[in-house]
Design a protein. Structure first.
Length: 233
Protein backbone atom coordinates (compact mmCIF):
# COMPACT_ATOMS: atom_id res chain seq x y z
CA UNK A 1 0.00 0.00 0.00
CA UNK A 2 1.14 3.56 -0.65
CA UNK A 3 2.80 5.45 2.17
CA UNK A 4 0.71 8.12 3.89
CA UNK A 5 3.71 9.87 5.46
CA UNK A 6 3.52 13.56 4.57
CA UNK A 7 6.43 15.69 3.45
CA UNK A 8 6.47 19.51 3.42
CA UNK A 9 5.68 19.66 -0.29
CA UNK A 10 3.31 16.70 -0.63
CA UNK A 11 -0.37 16.48 0.34
CA UNK A 12 -1.34 14.35 3.33
CA UNK A 13 -2.76 10.90 2.55
CA UNK A 14 -2.17 8.41 -0.21
CA UNK A 15 -0.08 9.97 -2.97
CA UNK A 16 0.46 8.76 -6.53
CA UNK A 17 3.08 10.37 -8.77
CA UNK A 18 2.86 11.07 -12.46
CA UNK A 19 6.01 9.33 -13.60
CA UNK A 20 8.91 11.46 -14.77
CA UNK A 21 10.82 9.51 -17.39
CA UNK A 22 10.57 5.78 -18.05
CA UNK A 23 9.78 4.28 -14.64
CA UNK A 24 9.24 0.53 -14.15
CA UNK A 25 7.61 -1.24 -11.24
CA UNK A 26 10.20 -2.54 -8.79
CA UNK A 27 7.97 -5.51 -7.98
CA UNK A 28 6.52 -6.80 -11.27
CA UNK A 29 8.93 -4.96 -13.64
CA UNK A 30 6.04 -3.66 -15.71
CA UNK A 31 6.56 -0.34 -17.46
CA UNK A 32 7.06 2.31 -18.47
CA UNK A 33 4.40 3.53 -16.05
CA UNK A 34 2.31 6.73 -16.33
CA UNK A 35 1.55 6.62 -12.59
CA UNK A 36 3.67 5.22 -9.78
CA UNK A 37 3.48 4.83 -6.02
CA UNK A 38 6.75 5.28 -4.14
CA UNK A 39 7.29 2.78 -1.33
CA UNK A 40 10.53 3.42 0.53
CA UNK A 41 11.75 5.23 -2.58
CA UNK A 42 10.99 2.30 -4.93
CA UNK A 43 8.35 2.75 -7.66
CA UNK A 44 5.33 0.46 -7.67
CA UNK A 45 2.63 0.21 -10.31
CA UNK A 46 -0.94 0.81 -9.20
CA UNK A 47 -1.77 -2.91 -9.27
CA UNK A 48 1.14 -3.81 -7.01
CA UNK A 49 0.18 -0.94 -4.69
CA UNK A 50 -3.42 -2.26 -4.54
CA UNK A 51 -4.75 0.86 -6.26
CA UNK A 52 -5.27 -0.60 -9.73
CA UNK A 53 -9.08 -0.66 -9.34
CA UNK A 54 -9.25 3.13 -9.00
CA UNK A 55 -9.95 5.52 -11.87
CA UNK A 56 -8.44 8.96 -12.45
CA UNK A 57 -10.58 12.06 -12.03
CA UNK A 58 -8.53 14.98 -13.44
CA UNK A 59 -8.46 18.25 -11.54
CA UNK A 60 -10.76 21.07 -12.57
CA UNK A 61 -14.18 20.36 -11.05
CA UNK A 62 -13.87 21.08 -7.33
CA UNK A 63 -17.40 20.02 -6.43
CA UNK A 64 -17.16 16.72 -8.29
CA UNK A 65 -13.74 15.97 -6.79
CA UNK A 66 -14.99 16.62 -3.27
CA UNK A 67 -18.06 14.42 -3.71
CA UNK A 68 -16.11 11.63 -5.40
CA UNK A 69 -13.68 11.48 -2.49
CA UNK A 70 -16.57 11.48 -0.03
CA UNK A 71 -18.20 8.58 -1.88
CA UNK A 72 -15.00 6.56 -2.31
CA UNK A 73 -13.77 4.29 0.49
CA UNK A 74 -10.27 4.54 -0.96
CA UNK A 75 -8.75 7.47 -2.82
CA UNK A 76 -5.35 8.92 -3.64
CA UNK A 77 -4.08 12.31 -4.74
CA UNK A 78 -2.19 12.37 -8.04
CA UNK A 79 0.72 14.85 -8.15
CA UNK A 80 3.45 15.90 -10.55
CA UNK A 81 6.68 17.65 -9.60
CA UNK A 82 7.22 20.96 -11.38
CA UNK A 83 10.94 21.63 -11.69
CA UNK A 84 10.25 25.19 -12.81
CA UNK A 85 8.19 25.98 -9.70
CA UNK A 86 10.09 23.65 -7.39
CA UNK A 87 6.97 22.04 -5.94
CA UNK A 88 4.44 19.27 -6.38
CA UNK A 89 1.22 20.19 -8.17
CA UNK A 90 -2.05 18.28 -7.95
CA UNK A 91 -3.18 16.67 -11.18
CA UNK A 92 -6.34 14.96 -9.94
CA UNK A 93 -7.49 12.11 -7.71
CA UNK A 94 -7.88 8.37 -8.01
CA UNK A 95 -11.26 7.14 -6.78
CA UNK A 96 -13.46 4.07 -7.05
CA UNK A 97 -15.35 3.98 -10.33
CA UNK A 98 -18.72 3.46 -8.67
CA UNK A 99 -18.01 6.32 -6.29
CA UNK A 100 -17.28 8.61 -9.23
CA UNK A 101 -20.55 7.57 -10.87
CA UNK A 102 -22.48 8.36 -7.68
CA UNK A 103 -20.73 11.73 -7.39
CA UNK A 104 -21.57 12.56 -10.98
CA UNK A 105 -25.24 11.85 -10.26
CA UNK A 106 -25.18 14.04 -7.15
CA UNK A 107 -23.57 17.07 -8.78
CA UNK A 108 -26.33 17.96 -11.27
CA UNK A 109 -28.89 17.68 -8.48
CA UNK A 110 -27.54 20.74 -6.68
CA UNK A 111 -26.07 22.58 -9.66
CA UNK A 112 -28.92 25.09 -9.57
CA UNK A 113 -28.38 25.71 -5.86
CA UNK A 114 -24.68 26.31 -6.47
CA UNK A 115 -25.52 28.68 -9.33
CA UNK A 116 -27.85 30.70 -7.11
CA UNK A 117 -25.24 30.78 -4.35
CA UNK A 118 -22.61 32.06 -6.79
CA UNK A 119 -25.01 34.77 -7.94
CA UNK A 120 -25.73 35.81 -4.34
CA UNK A 121 -22.02 35.89 -3.54
CA UNK A 122 -21.32 37.96 -6.66
CA UNK A 123 -24.02 40.49 -5.73
CA UNK A 124 -22.72 40.70 -2.17
CA UNK A 125 -19.14 41.29 -3.34
CA UNK A 126 -20.31 43.90 -5.84
CA UNK A 127 -22.21 45.76 -3.10
CA UNK A 128 -19.19 45.59 -0.77
CA UNK A 129 -16.92 46.87 -3.55
CA UNK A 130 -19.29 49.75 -4.34
CA UNK A 131 -19.42 50.82 -0.68
CA UNK A 132 -15.66 50.62 -0.34
CA UNK A 133 -15.08 52.61 -3.54
CA UNK A 134 -17.43 55.33 -2.30
CA UNK A 135 -15.62 55.44 1.04
CA UNK A 136 -12.25 55.63 -0.73
CA UNK A 137 -13.48 58.46 -2.95
CA UNK A 138 -14.84 60.32 0.09
CA UNK A 139 -11.47 60.05 1.78
CA UNK A 140 -9.76 61.42 -1.35
CA UNK A 141 -12.10 64.43 -1.29
CA UNK A 142 -11.48 64.95 2.42
CA UNK A 143 -7.74 65.12 1.84
CA UNK A 144 -8.01 66.93 -1.50
CA UNK A 145 -11.22 68.98 -1.51
CA UNK A 146 -10.21 70.63 -4.79
CA UNK A 147 -10.07 67.30 -6.64
CA UNK A 148 -12.99 67.00 -9.09
CA UNK A 149 -15.55 64.53 -7.75
CA UNK A 150 -15.56 62.44 -10.92
CA UNK A 151 -11.79 62.21 -10.77
CA UNK A 152 -11.91 61.14 -7.13
CA UNK A 153 -14.38 58.39 -7.98
CA UNK A 154 -12.25 57.28 -10.94
CA UNK A 155 -9.11 57.10 -8.79
CA UNK A 156 -10.98 55.17 -6.10
CA UNK A 157 -12.48 52.73 -8.59
CA UNK A 158 -9.09 52.07 -10.19
CA UNK A 159 -7.27 51.63 -6.89
CA UNK A 160 -9.83 49.32 -5.33
CA UNK A 161 -10.46 46.71 -8.05
CA UNK A 162 -10.80 43.35 -6.31
CA UNK A 163 -7.86 41.05 -7.01
CA UNK A 164 -5.82 43.77 -8.71
CA UNK A 165 -3.13 44.02 -6.05
CA UNK A 166 -3.37 47.81 -6.20
CA UNK A 167 -2.99 50.04 -3.18
CA UNK A 168 -6.72 50.15 -2.49
CA UNK A 169 -6.76 46.37 -1.94
CA UNK A 170 -3.79 46.38 0.42
CA UNK A 171 -4.36 46.19 4.17
CA UNK A 172 -3.57 49.90 4.46
CA UNK A 173 -5.91 50.71 1.59
CA UNK A 174 -8.79 48.73 3.05
CA UNK A 175 -8.24 50.60 6.30
CA UNK A 176 -8.37 53.88 4.34
CA UNK A 177 -5.03 54.95 5.73
CA UNK A 178 -4.03 58.46 4.68
CA UNK A 179 -0.77 57.22 3.20
CA UNK A 180 -2.53 54.65 0.98
CA UNK A 181 -5.12 57.15 -0.24
CA UNK A 182 -2.48 59.77 -1.06
CA UNK A 183 -0.44 57.08 -2.85
CA UNK A 184 -3.39 56.30 -5.12
CA UNK A 185 -3.92 59.98 -5.93
CA UNK A 186 -0.23 60.55 -6.60
CA UNK A 187 -0.15 57.60 -8.99
CA UNK A 188 -3.11 58.98 -10.92
CA UNK A 189 -1.62 62.47 -11.15
CA UNK A 190 1.73 61.07 -12.20
CA UNK A 191 0.21 59.25 -15.17
CA UNK A 192 -2.43 61.76 -16.26
CA UNK A 193 -1.03 65.21 -15.47
CA UNK A 194 2.66 64.77 -16.22
CA UNK A 195 4.85 63.41 -19.06
CA UNK A 196 5.85 60.49 -16.82
CA UNK A 197 4.62 57.78 -19.21
CA UNK A 198 6.38 59.39 -22.18
CA UNK A 199 9.60 59.54 -20.20
CA UNK A 200 9.39 55.83 -19.43
CA UNK A 201 8.65 55.01 -23.06
CA UNK A 202 11.68 57.02 -24.16
CA UNK A 203 13.95 54.95 -21.95
CA UNK A 204 14.30 57.20 -18.91
CA UNK A 205 14.77 55.05 -15.76
CA UNK A 206 11.76 55.01 -13.46
CA UNK A 207 13.43 56.76 -10.52
CA UNK A 208 14.83 59.48 -12.77
CA UNK A 209 11.44 59.94 -14.46
CA UNK A 210 9.80 60.34 -11.06
CA UNK A 211 12.40 62.91 -10.05
CA UNK A 212 11.74 64.96 -13.17
CA UNK A 213 7.98 65.13 -12.69
CA UNK A 214 7.96 65.46 -8.88
CA UNK A 215 7.43 69.25 -8.95
CA UNK A 216 4.52 68.93 -11.38
CA UNK A 217 2.87 66.31 -9.18
CA UNK A 218 3.32 68.50 -6.11
CA UNK A 219 1.76 71.47 -7.88
CA UNK A 220 -1.39 69.50 -8.69
CA UNK A 221 -1.63 68.02 -5.18
CA UNK A 222 -1.16 71.42 -3.57
CA UNK A 223 -3.87 72.91 -5.76
CA UNK A 224 -6.28 70.13 -4.85
CA UNK A 225 -5.40 70.29 -1.16
CA UNK A 226 -5.83 74.09 -1.06
CA UNK A 227 -8.35 74.95 -3.76
CA UNK A 228 -8.24 78.58 -4.88
CA UNK A 229 -4.60 79.05 -3.82
CA UNK A 230 -1.63 79.02 -6.15
CA UNK A 231 1.31 76.87 -5.26
CA UNK A 232 4.47 78.83 -4.54
CA UNK A 233 6.70 75.80 -5.00
Amino acid sequence: MASSRATPSLPVGLVVHQAAGRRHCAACRRGPLPLVVLENGAPRCLDCADLGHLVLLPRGDTALTRRAREESALSAVVVRFSRRKGRYERQGVLVEEEALARAERRCPADAEARRRRRMRDARRRAAEDARFTEAFAAEILRLFPGCPQERARAVAAHASVRGSGRVGRSAAGRALSERAVISAVVASVRHLETPYDRLLMSGVPRHEARRRIAAAVETVLTGWARPGQQSTG
